[in-house]
Design a protein. Structure first.
Length: 271
């Protein structure tokens, strides 16, 4: 009991430091974007870098705890890890912006007058990356639970729980595969953004990510991915043969270590 209490104390300390670090990062972020002089921006960028490095160190420790069987309540850890990873993405964007600005007034003007189409693509990238991060975290957590259950003498309820976890992991991997395809099409500008909006892809995926772990009967929706035609070759100037080879290679890679091979267009069985 003493060891568990000591571990929980350490976890609470790190979670508090993450909370403080995220608040500090947000404060520096606002100041950096409000700064008007290059010297101020350089100083604030340096401070942001220091803060994100501290948060990354906490993230590594948190990842270790998430996989520990002794840690029962993993949600606060997963939430903290997700917040850090969102700030990591924000810092990367900030770095790119600061590197762009000193080189030319034209570049500065381009950044300030961003093409609405490009802005919409960037917004989609943000939420997709956040969902991919959450899905990855949840799969890690479920796989850790599967290992814990498998290491002990299983009862009927354990077998049922393992089947539920395996099904949910398979569904998570399917969503991950589809979201990665959407990301590639966003990067290549070969996806209809109006369809992403009309099909409410963001709302559906975010709801799935939030509800699927607590509701074992949560409806698994794959129709929207079929509507987007994600299994069709991209038409971006390259040959269809190259696209087909790329899709095949991607599928073969994603199939390694994830059980029996299935077509990317065929979702896992609903629970």
């Amino acid at each position: 009991m003493t060891e568990k209490r000591k571990l929980q104390t350490e976890i609470d300390k790190v979670l508090k430091k993450v909370e403080e670090g995220v608040e500090e990062f947000d404060d520096l972020w606002v100041k950096a974007h409000a700064a008007t002089h290059s010297s101020q921006k350089e100083k604030l960028e340096s401070d942001l870098k220091k803060e994100i490095k501290k948060l990354q160190r906490y993230r590594e420790q948190i990842k270790t705890w998430i996989h520990q069987a002794d840690v029962k309540d993993k949600k606060p850890l997963m939430d903290a890890r997700r917040r850090i990873e969102v700030d990591m993405e924000r810092f990367k964007a900030c770095e790119r912006e600061f590197k762009l600005k000193p080189f030319s007034k034209e570049a500065l003007g381009g950044a300030m007058k961003e093409d609405p189409h490009e802005a919409e693509r960037a917004a989609h990238r943000v939420w997709i990356n956040e969902c991919l991060s959450k899905l990855s975290e949840q799969v890690d957590s479920m796989e850790a639970e599967l290992e814990t259950i498998g290491a002990k003498k299983t009862k009927a309820k354990d077998v049922e729980r393992m089947e539920t976890l395996k099904t949910t992991c398979d569904q998570h991997r399917y969503h991950t595969e589809m979201l990665e395809k959407i990301l590639r099409r966003l990067d290549n500008d070969t996806i209809d953004l109006s369809k992403l909006q009309s099909l409410s892809v963001k709302d559906v995926v975010e709801m799935y990510v939030e509800e699927s772990l607590t509701d074992s009967g949560y409806y698994f929706d794959d129709a929207m991915y079929q509507e987007l035609g994600l299994d069709e070759p991209e038409h971006d100037g390259s040959s269809d043969i190259e696209d087909d080879d790329s899709e095949s290679a991607d599928h073969e890679t994603s199939s390694i270590g994830s059980g029996p091979t299935r077509s990317a267009s065929t979702p896992p069985a609903e629970r």
